[in-house]
Design a protein around this ligand. Sequence first.
Ligand SMILES: CC(C)(COP(=O)(O)OP(=O)(O)OC[C@H]1O[C@@H](n2cnc3c(N)ncnc32)[C@H](O)[C@@H]1OP(=O)(O)O)[C@@H](O)C(=O)NCCC(=O)NCCS
Length: 203
Amino acid sequence: MKTLIIIGGSGHGKVCADIAELMGYKEILFLDNDESLRECGGHRVVGHGDDISSFGPDAEYFVAIGNAETRAKVTARILEQGGRLATLVHTSAVVAGSTRLGEGSTVMAGAVINPDAVLGRGCIVNTAASVDHDCNIGDFVHVAVGAHLCGTVSVGEGTWIGAGATVSNNVSICEGVMLGAGAVVVRDITEPGTYVGVPARRI
Ligand SMILES: CC(C)(COP(=O)(O)OP(=O)(O)OC[C@H]1O[C@@H](n2cnc3c(N)ncnc32)[C@H](O)[C@@H]1OP(=O)(O)O)[C@@H](O)C(=O)NCCC(=O)NCCS
């Protein structure tokens, strides 16, 4: 029986559980720091977020925490303790065979990843987002709902591409960027910070 332990019982966690069900995980359990939380998406919350040692060697883990820094820390803790990370891909996502998708990443419903894209560990390609050919996406990047990365875009670790944003082809975005919803990036972003608008400018 395939068991998945999801850390983080939020709305994001619920969506990840749904993907896991479609992928055939038979038992899905949650861990969350909120002691009053009993269930998420119809699955039991069975312990605190740090509580990963009590599951058998066959269990897999998935970190469903939106904040990139926290997601990275929890992922590191799981790996230190010898836990295995699941990678969750919705059955309706289109992922080219030559894609390299890091462990602990998720690709949600209707998302598209085109050939030779490389995505790091713990990435989120959210609902109906796209990552085009030859993109290079660092660890813990979130491409939010409906955002589009054109071909040969690179995105640094922990950067958040906001909902509906578009990044033109061949553009690089450094680590630590928060790109606002609906922004359009037409030239490289080399300084961490928050960027909004068309064309995207730092605020
Ligand atoms: C960019 C963002 C992070 C800024 O949040 P914030 O730091 O709290 O900033 P504020 O809401 O205080 O806004 C600061 C200014 O930027 C403007 N602004 C904020 N977000 C903007 C956006 N996406 N596009 C254009 N302008 C924006 C505000 O109108 C405000 O302008 P003002 O100073 O003239 O009034 C946030 O608005 C955003 O777009 N988040 C992305 C959400 C998202 O994509 N969620 C996806 C979930 S899957």
